[in-house]
Design a binder for this molecule. Structure first.
Ligand code: FES
Ligand SMILES: [Fe+2]
Length: 361
């Protein structure tokens, strides 16, 4: 008999996942030009169906996508002025969710029981934002994308999605060690003569940041575009609640780039990324715009495929069992922020919690 104990089943994940549901915050619903006056669209946020529309007055509205009358989706109907009209019996609702018309009814249309939950909306940086808790005054402002509209800065926009949690997508977007493998040649390459750099991780109540010190310009294609002449980069990776990632590279005052993504949790394992690449580079903006999108799409395609495999594997094994080292600089900290925020814990801290270590890139 062999002395190797055969186990028929792999260790099971006990149903634990990093899906988080933070409802007291803003998420991007769509880009502003995608929502035309007088039009509506069905969206989903944290698994909740929402009827998003823009009145003919230009202002957006967001109502729970369920008519209180017979529960058909309100998006079956039409926008009438500043209101949304159900497609079944024509009940109408204003932006606050108040019923304003019950066709044929002799008497007041407005009634407490005929209200639809309504979500606060905001329009900022060319995006329509929705606050994920209905019928409340928002507790905070939506995120502001850095450097938009500043002199000398340009921006490229993109919208992509992944079958993964906000946590998995955020960790992936801010994870350095995978770039040499999954994206070999585009940023970094795996090699034996890696350089040792210092990493400083700072965690506040609503964000966590990793600063990479002493990093030479990455050899891959992206590094060459950012800094054709080489040099040392200032590199920060950040996560900001409820689902913002920022990757910032700075070489000089003339060469600076921030890739910001606002992650919208459509469902626990489905996330939409609204990405803005803001840049100031010693290259013509049209040229950068021409190359950035295809490269970013190619990189993201590799990430998306890996995230889908990760998700399938987690599902197959019945939950997550992650083992981390200090090289996973932000993932565990992001999960902690998400878990605390889910419980409503976001009290400001006087000073950040700081951790330092060395890594080879
Ligand atoms: S179901 Fe909407 S008006 Fe009847
Ligand atoms: Fe990646």
């Amino acid at each position: 008999m062999s002395d190797v104990e055969l186990k028929l089943l792999p260790p099971q994940g006990k149903g634990h996942t990093s899906a988080a549901r933070i409802a007291d915050d803003w998420y991007i619903a769509c880009r502003s030009p995608a929502l035309k006056p007088g039009r509506k669209q069905a969206i989903e946020l944290l698994g909740t169906p929402i009827a998003l529309y823009r009145g003919t007055d230009g202002a957006p509205g967001a109502l729970l996508d369920r008519c209180p009358h017979r529960n058909v989706p309100l998006t079956t109907g039409a926008v009438v002025g500043a209101e949304l009209q159900c497609g079944y019996h024509g009940w109408r609702f204003d932006r606050t969710g108040e019923c304003t018309r019950v066709p044929g009814l002799c008497g007041e249309a407005a009634h407490r029981g005929r209200r639809v939950p309504s979500f606060a909306t905001a329009e900022r940086d060319g995006f329509v934002w929705v606050y994920a808790t209905p019928d409340v005054e928002p507790a905070r402002e939506p995120y502001a994308f850095p450097h938009l509209g500043e002199a000398g800065w340009h921006a490229v926009y993109d919208v992509v999605e992944a079958d993964a949690t906000v946590h998995a997508v955020a960790e992936n977007a801010l994870d350095v060690p995978h770039t040499a493998f999954l994206h070999g040649g585009l940023f970094r390459n795996d090699s034996d003569d890696r350089q040792t750099i210092e990493v400083v991780v700072r965690r506040w109540h609503d964000r966590i940041e990793a600063q990479y010190i002493g990093e030479a310009r990455p050899e891959g294609l992206v590094g060459r575009i950012l800094a054709p002449g080489g040099g040392e980069v200032e590199h920060y990776d950040r996560f900001i609640l409820p689902g913002i990632t920022e990757v910032e590279y700075k070489l000089s005052d003339r060469s600076h780039m921030v890739v910001s993504s606002a992650l919208t949790p459509i469902r626990d394992f489905h996330t939409r990324l609204f990405t803005v690449v803001s840049f100031k580079l010693p290259l013509p903006a049209w040229l950068v715009k021409l190359v950035v999108k295809p490269i970013a799409r190619r990189i993201f395609g590799q990430d998306k495929a890996m995230l889908a495999l990760q998700r399938q594997s987690i599902e197959r094994f019945g939950g997550e069992r992650f083992v981390s080292t200090e090289l996973d600089a932000l993932g565990p900290g992001i999960l902690r922020l998400l878990r605390n925020a889910e419980r409503g814990h976001r009290a400001p801290m006087d000073a950040p919690e700081v951790k330092r270590f060395e890594m080879q890139v």
